[in-house]
Design a binder for this molecule. Structure first.
Ligand SMILES: [Zn+2]
Length: 99
């Protein structure tokens, strides 16, 4: 799978998790390396009604960060992983609002 296709696939997976009807049944296969272990986490950004979403493959270390606003329908506080919230906080501190 080339980079562009893999990126599109990651976006599809992210949307299925954040906005889909069955977020817990989404296929978490990494489009880059095929490992079925994608890890995802919501994050809270220090801005009103802004949330973040990380999806990362622990095997090939590739992934994507999304800014979500308003709050995604499937947002759950118990799906915030501390290590990703820390990444989000560090990005906010740097003023880094890029994707
Ligand atoms: Zn991977």
């Amino acid at each position: 799978m080339n980079g562009q296709t893999a990126y599109k696939k990651l976006v599809e997976i992210a949307i299925a998790i954040t906005h889909g009807e069955h977020p817990l049944q989404v296929d978490l296969t990494c489009p880059h390396c095929g490992s079925a272990e994608l890890v995802y986490s919501y994050t809270i950004r220090e801005l009103p009604d802004e949330y973040g979403f990380y999806i990362i493959c622990p095997k090939c270390r590739r992934g994507q960060h999304f800014n979500l606003s308003p709050k995604p329908p499937n947002f759950r506080e118990d799906l915030i992983l501390p290590e990703f919230q820390r990444l989000e906080d560090e990005a906010m501190c740097r003023g880094d609002s890029s994707q």
